[in-house]
Write a protein that binds this ligand. Structure first.
Ligand code: AMP
Length: 253
């Protein structure tokens, strides 16, 4: 069984991004970039399935600028077997990425595609769902547990999802699309020997044209603004004053 894991290069979660003074976006010049955390979880899950003997090959793919190679190398160091960079300098929006991934699914024929539930830069939470729709595949989003079961030669994925007020378990026929939630697993630290090994693993570079996909943006950002600054709080001497202020000033009681 082959697993495809799309990984996105995003601004590191520890970086506090600043809005550009002209309000056209956030300034990402010279900031630390890393693999989207949910995609690390996706790569970890795929590698665990391989280590358990369930999967035979883990292929990672990233769409974006040349530097996405670094993100792919990290995924290879986690344990993926080979990587594909779909190189483009365009602003790749979720629909464009989903179309690229659909074309790659047609080409690679994976049994399972594991994506992050969302990228922490655009917080779109769309790519997995769009891919499932475009490819006509069953999907289970926000997975907190994934198991592959073999029912008389027919492989299925059993996926647990955390939903409001409980957990839901779905069963999907493969091939299928799964997106990861935070509690699915805790990704391993990549070790130096594995980083060295990853340098020797195959990394193929293709262009969106090779997949016959038009990646032109369909959405236009009108304006990006900082959230309003929070005003300073006040210390109250006792509970009685607090209740009084909540009644008379905040008017919430
Ligand atoms: P989003 O819909 O942008 O929140 O992204 C959801 C998931 O889609 C991510 O966690 C990745 O697994 C995948 N994805 C989004 N953009 C890219 C990209 N440029 N390259 C590879 N995978 C991506």
């Amino acid at each position: 069984m082959k697993i495809l894991v799309p990984v996105k290069r995003v601004v590191d979660y520890n970086v506090k991004v600043r809005v550009k003074s002209d309000g056209t976006g956030v300034d990402i010049a010279n900031v630390k970039m890393s693999m989207n955390p949910f995609d690390e979880i996706a790569a970890e899950e795929a590698v665990r399935l391989k280590e358990a003997g369930v999967a035979a090959e883990v292929v990672v793919v990233s769409a974006g600028v040349t530097q996405c190679q670094e993100t792919l190398r990290t995924a290879l160091a986690i344990g993926a077997d080979r990587a594909i960079l779909i190189e483009s300098n365009e602003d790749l929006q979720p629909l464009a990425v989903a179309k690229l991934l659909k074309a790659l699914v047609d080409k690679e024929q994976p049994q399972l595609v594991i994506l992050g539930k969302q990228a922490i830069d655009d917080d779109s939470n769309q790519t997995g769902q769009m891919l499932a729709a475009l490819a006509g595949l069953p999907q289970a989003t926000f997975a907190s547990r994934v198991a592959i079961v073999d029912e008389g030669g027919q492989k299925r994925a059993t996926v647990a999802r955390e939903v409001d007020g409980g957990a839901e378990t779905l069963t999907l026929t493969l091939p299928a699309v799964v997106t990861t939630d935070l509690r699915l697993n805790e990704p391993r630290y990549v070790t130096l020997p594995n980083i060295m090994k990853a340098k020797k693993k195959p990394l193929e570079t293709i262009k969106p044209e090779d997949l016959g996909v038009d990646v032109a943006p369909r959405l236009k950002t009108l304006k990006v603004a900082e959230p309003p600054k929070r005003s300073a709080g006040v210390m109250v001497p006792d509970v009685q004053t607090l209740v009084e202020k909540l009644k008379t000033e905040a008017k919430v009681l």
